[in-house]
Each structure stands twice: as C-alpha cells, then as structure tokens.
Design a binder for this molecule. Structure first.
Ligand code: SAM
Ligand code: SF4
Length: 362
C-alpha cells in the first residue's frame, strides 16, 4: 500500500516569468473542471487508504475559494486521504492566502504550510513576475504563526541577475526575522518554455563561480541561525520540521500523484499524468509511463540519497572503486566514512559529476 500522496492543483492567478510547472488560469470554469476530474481520479484509485503523508502542491492550492475548498476537503475526507497522525502539507501563495481557508484546513489536521515567499524585496518579486508584494508575505506569515501551525516553510529563490553573497545575506536575514522553522532555498534556473528564457539575453545572471559563492553564503547564513541542512536546498530548525513527504521521495519510496502534471512512482514505474484540463473532467486520464530497469532504479536511488545530508550507505555500491572514491575525497568532493559516503559543500554543487563516477560502481 502506498503511504505518500501528492495532489497537484494546476491553477494559478497568473504565470510567473520563470515557471514551467503545469498550471492553468484559475477561472471558475477551470477550477470546476479540475475538481470534477480530481474527484473521479481519486475515487477510481483504491490503493490509497490512510497515507502517512499528504502534500497538496501546485500551482497554487491556496487559490481555491470557499466553496471549492469545501468540495476539495470533502474529496479528501470521503476518500480517507487525510493522515491520522502523519504529515499534511498545503502550499500557500501570499496573494491568495485566506485566513478562513487555513483555519478550515487546520481543523482537519493540517500541520505543515509551505509559503511561496521567494523574496522580501518588491523589485525582486517584480523581476520574477510574482503576483504578490512583500507586505502580502509578511501578513501571511504572521497570521500562520499566530494560529500555531506546527511546521512553517518558506521558499526562497536566489541567483537573480546581480545577486552576490551580500545581497543574499540581506534577503535571507529578512526571511529568518519572520521566524519560519524551515526554508527551501533554490538557485534560479532559466527553464525553456518560460518568458524568462525568451528574455534571458537581456540579463546578466551570476556566473558558475558566483553561483558557488552564493550557495556557500546560503549554507553559512542558515547554519548561523540554527537551520540544519538536510538536503541540497532544504534547511530545517529541527528534525521534526523536516518535510517527511519529500524525505520519503528522496529515500526512493513509492508515492502516488493526482492531478494533471503530477508524477507517481510505483515500484519500477514512473508515471507522469499528462492529461489536459479539458480531458481531465471526462475521466480520460493519460499517463506517460516509463519503466525503469534495475540499473536506472539504482541510479535514481543514488541520486536521491546523495542529495540528503545523511548521504548514502557504502554497501549500496556493489562494485566499489576505492581508488576513485579516495581521489574524489582528496579533491574535496566527498567524505568517506566506514559505512557511509557524504557530499561536502563543494560536492553538493557538483552532484552531477559525482553521480557520474559513482553510478559506475553500482
Ligand atoms: C512547484 S513551485 C510551486 C510553489 C508555488 N506555486 C509558488 O509559486 O510559490 C515550488 C517551488 O519551486 C521553486 N521554483 C519553481 N521554479 C523554479 C525555477 N525556475 N528556478 C528555481 N526555483 C524554482 C520555487 O521556489 C517554488 O516555490
Ligand atoms: S511559480 Fe507557482 S504561482 Fe507562479 S506560475 Fe508557477 S506554480 Fe504558479
């Protein structure tokens, strides 16, 4: 039985300039089509009783209006998708945050909120094409703290044009001052298919060397303020605030995704829901399915395990090349322990190269 569930709400008020996640305009019509489709998709799946983690992501889950949220909560409760004693996460965007909605979700045991703050500077927000202001984020965070949601995470994007360690330190300290207990910090990637990609030549983005310095600064500042890094981009005040849902995914556990654009992993299959919104409500759901062979499964596990600060078990390498490992250690990319291998900060920046070498040993 699968114990980790993700629901993708592919609705947004507008499209951010850097984003290539699947999302549609959150019109009344699109919302109604989506919710009907979601009900069908979930009711037709019998594998999902009593999950340990439920992650509602997007898109913009907080965009659902009162009636739609009520309908959504009904789908969750009728189908027993709300974890009894587990982790229940909901993503909130500051522009669409509604106090009543958060209270309604808290009532049904919501215990983790991830807020898409991204920046606490209106110029940065406007560069990213975000639909909210700094004030919106501050108000949203203050309220969520006030009503005692156990885990509060903030997403932050850096490596914007002109970013340097000083600017990043200032931004991070503003976020820390709002007292979240978890921060996800992402280096901006210019993805194909986005407005930012079309306009990329207008800007001067940090070079690779500058990105390395910026990343070191992120790690340094967050460490100074008591945030422990437990994954390349994820930092938590204590163990209990780590994302259990994402940790399970990084551990290579199976998970089930619902909604257009969602991904599932079941044993050796990776399924991407490629249904368009129009087909979704008719129940005509399409998946792109990829069958992973033994080596691919091991490689996936290697990648997700290396991203965690606990690193990977050495016994996972069935064909260990000790000379190569010692070389990588000497170059400062990793640390070899008796039973585990962990990346150094330098190694965290160059995971692709390290994975390339380690994958030859599995
Ligand atoms: C799937 S997004 C959804 C979150 C929510 N809709 C929002 O916009 O805040 C999850 C996170 O990924 C990060 N992200 C999305 N696109 C990115 C990009 N091109 N580069 C870096 N981070 C990105 C953002 O920090 C975002 O909060
Ligand atoms: S970044 Fe978030 S809010 Fe912006 S378009 Fe993408 S999913 Fe929607």
């Amino acid at each position: 039985m699968i114990k980790d569930i993700y629901i993708h709400i592919p609705l947004c008020s507008s499209k951010c300039l850097y984003c290539n996640f699947l999302s549609y305009r959150s019109s009344v019509k699109n919302t109604s089509i989506f919710l009907k489709g979601l009900k069908n998709e979930i009711e037709n799946n019998k594998e999902i009783l009593n999950p340990k983690t439920l992650y509602i992501g997007g898109g913009t889950p907080s965009i659902l209006k009162d009636k739609d949220l009520e309908f959504f909560i009904d789908i969750l409760s009728v189908n027993k998708l709300i974890p009894d004693n587990g982790e229940f996460t909901f993503e909130v965007n500051p522009e669409s945050f509604k106090k009543d909605s958060i209270l309604a979700l808290k009532y049904i045991s919501l215990n983790r909120i991830s807020i898409g703050v991204q920046a606490l500077n209106n110029k940065r927000l406007s560069f990213l094409g975000r639909a909210h202001s700094v004030n919106d984020s501050v108000n949203c965070l203050k309220y969520i703290k006030k009503i005692n949601i156990k885990s509060i995470s903030v997403d932050f994007i850096y490596d914007l044009p002109g970013d340097n360690p000083k600017i990043i330190e200032i931004e991070l300290k503003k976020i820390i001052a709002l007292s979240p207990n978890h921060i996800s910090a992402y280096s901006l990637t210019v993805e194909k298919g986005t407005k930012l990609f079309i306009d990329r030549d207008k800007y001067s983005f940090p070079t690779e060397e500058e990105q390395i310095e910026n990343y070191y600064k992120v790690i340094e500042v967050l460490k100074e303020y008591g945030f422990n890094q437990y994954e390349l981009s994820n930092f938590s005040k204590s163990f209990q605030h780590r994302s259990k849902h994402n940790t399970h995914v990084w551990q290579g556990k199976d998970y089930l995704g619902f909604g257009p654009g969602s991904v599932s992993k079941i044993k050796n299959l990776r399924k991407i829901n490629i249904t368009t919104l129009n087909n979704y409500s008719t129940g005509n759901i399409k998946h792109k399915t990829e069958k992973l062979n033994k080596i691919q499964l091991k490689e996936e596990k290697l990648i997700v395990n290396l991203r965690r600060v606990e690193g990977m078990r050495r016994s996972f390498l069935s064909n260990e090349n000790t000379e190569m490992l010692k070389h990588l250690e000497k170059e400062g990319f990793l640390i070899l322990y008796k039973t585990r291998i962990k990346l150094t900060d330098k190694g965290k920046l160059l995971t692709n190269i390290i994975i390339f070498y380690l994958s030859k040993m599995i």
